[in-house]
Structure formats: structure tokens, C-alpha cells
Design a protein around this ligand. Structure first.
Ligand code: S3P
Length: 167
């Protein structure tokens, strides 16, 4: 059985795109956490935050991650905030390899500036806010990661190649 791969990192770090490409390369299964949550709850992430609050979303996210990857051979594209609950990190480390995709706040801003489906950034769509939140989370991402990949200025194939070489 092949180990799972968990992709973590800030919103807009490229987790979904890289997860899809890696799945094709490595012939592994793909789980996109946010998409799975939307499907299972029958609600958008924005609506979950608006109606039930962030804590409730974090509960759903934690429940989901604990059920993932039992079969192995799965690439999980995690929500950017998955590292805020220590138990999630513990689980990921036990059941696979954790890959941290990093990018500068400027790069992140360029990638997410037109999106309105990230409640954490709605109303705060600027580089300063992104930099501040990233700083708060940086130590969590770094501590959770088995490997860290800097993605600024790199193409999708370059990032995939680097992950495969380093895993
Ligand atoms: C969040 C990241 C989002 C999503 C939710 C909260 C966060 O996922 O889970 O909006 O707290 O960083 P992406 O990283 O896939 O955008």
C-alpha cells in the first residue's frame, strides 16, 4: 500500500491544482477536502461560515480528515486552515506524508484576488491581511510538514517534479 500525501498551505498556494496533477502522475486517488465538505453538507463554504460559524466548519473539517486516507494511495488537498487543529496534524503525520506548498503573500494575493468563495478573506482581500494571517499560521505549516516546497515562479510540472523527487 502506498502512503497518502497531504498537501497543506495557505489559500491559493496551489494545493488543488498540484493535487490533480500529482494524482495523474502517480495514479493515486484524489480527495479535495473543501469540495467534499460542500458535497456532504449540501452548502457552500461561505454559507457554512455564515450560518454556523468558523468553529462549526472546523469541526466538520476535523471529522472529515479523520475518515480520509484509510485505504492509502490517496492525495488529499487540504483546506488552508486544517493546521489550526493539532489533532488534524497528528492524524496526517500518522497516515502519510505532509507536503507544505508555500508562496509569498503577493503571489497568494494575485491567485485569490478575484475569488469570493473564501469567507476568511472576504472583506480583507489585500496583501497586508494575507501576510498577517500567513505569519500567524507559518509555524503550524512548518511544524506539520515533512517537506516544504516554495512555489513562487515555478510551473506546475516543476512543482510536481520537485515533490516526487523529495518524497
Ligand atoms: C480556509 C481555506 C479554504 C477553506 C475555508 C477556510 C482557511 O480552503 O477551507 O475557506 O482557513 O485557510 P483553500 O485553502 O482550499 O482555499
Amino acid at each position: 500500500m502506498r502512503e497518502n500525501i497531504f498537501l497543506i498551505g495557505f489559500m491559493g498556494a496551489g494545493k488543488s491544482t498540484i493535487a490533480k496533477a500529482l494524482c495523474r502522475e502517480l495514479q493515486m486517488q484524489l480527495v479535495e477536502m473543501d469540495a467534499r465538505i460542500v458535497e456532504e453538507q449540501g452548502m457552500s463554504i461561505n454559507d457554512i461560515f455564515a450560518q454556523y460559524g468558523e468553529d462549526h466548519f472546523r469541526d466538520i473539517e476535523s471529522q472529515l480528515i479523520l475518515t480520509l486516507g484509510e485505504e492509502g494511495n490517496t492525495i488529499v488537498s487540504c483546506g488552508g486552515g486544517v493546521v489550526v487543529r493539532p489533532r488534524n496534524i497528528e492524524f496526517m503525520k500518522k497516515s502519510g506524508k505532509v507536503v507544505f506548498l508555500s508562496a509569498t503573500p503577493e503571489t497568494i494575493y494575485e491567485r485569490v484576488k478575484n475569488s469570493t468563495d473564501r469567507p476568511i478573506l472576504n472583506g480583507h482581500m489585500n496583501v497586508e491581511y494575507i501576510a498577517e494571517l500567513m505569519e500567524k499560521r507559518r509555524a503550524l505549516y512548518e511544524a506539520a510538514a515533512d517537506i516544504k516546497i516554495e512555489t513562487d515562479g515555478k510551473s506546475r510540472p516543476e512543482i510536481c517534479k520537485e515533490i516526487m523527487e523529495r518524497l
